[in-house]
Design a protein around this ligand. Structure first.
Ligand SMILES: [Zn+2]
Ligand SMILES: [Zn+2]
Length: 207
């Protein structure tokens, strides 16, 4: 999708756990105007609407895009007009969950040895009772979360079970880390897919 400035300046939307594509679809949905009063984004001080979130813990429960005034009037989550009420009832994050048929508490936890991919392209693998991010963080340690913690961090609709690696886009440059972390933790069929992908890109063998 087209990534326009100033909306993607430093991709501040990622603070709200929105990928560039998700943010673009929100922009398109809003028609680049406040979703309550309609004020165009061009009339905002820095040309951008506020990303409004709330209704559940974490930054990911994004309700929509608002002007400064409507955003501050919604601080306490109370509808101040019929339009604001309709906006709150049609929150973006709740709609994402509904479309996937999952509750805002997330899917049932997948079993140990399986992997999920988040909306930023990271892979998480379940070891014993914790979900480990495949790529170690900058401190050299791995991030690890319980399923509820991972859902609270990423947002339930942003966690997608990896059923077949042939259907997901592996992050280029991270392939070796992915292969290392997935080795012996995924069913043979998935490792076969990963091996073919790596070979086709002249990376290491995973056997
Ligand atoms: Zn962006
Ligand atoms: Zn407004």
């Amino acid at each position: 999708m087209a990534r326009t400035l100033p909306d993607h300046e430093a991709c501040g939307h990622t603070l709200y756990r929105l990928s560039c594509d998700q943010y673009e679809s929100l922009l398109a949905e809003s028609g680049r105007g406040c979703q309550i009063c309609g004020l165009p984004s061009s009339e905002m001080p820095d040309g951008k609407l506020y990303i409004d979130h709330g209704g559940a813990p974490g930054n990911w429960p994004v309700r929509g895009l608002l002007c400064i005034s409507c955003n501050s009037r919604l601080k306490h989550g109370m509808a101040f007009s019929p339009k604001a009420g309709r906006y709150l009832e049609d929150a973006w994050y709740a709609r994402q969950c509904r479309q996937l048929g999952i509750s805002i508490d997330g899917r049932p936890e997948p079993p140990a040895g399986t992997a999920v991919q988040d909306n930023f392209g990271n892979f998480w693998v379940k070891e014993l009772s914790f979900w480990q991010q495949i790529r170690p963080n900058k401190a050299g340690r791995k991030n690890a979360y319980a399923w509820t913690g991972l859902n609270a961090l990423c947002g339930p609709f942003n966690l997608h079970p990896v059923d077949c690696l042939g259907n997901v886009t592996l992050p280029l440059g991270d392939l070796e880390a992915v292969a290392h972390a997935l080795r012996e933790r995924l069913p043979a069929e998935l490792m076969h897919h990963l091996g073919r992908l790596l070979q086709s890109q002249n990376h290491l063998s995973v056997n």
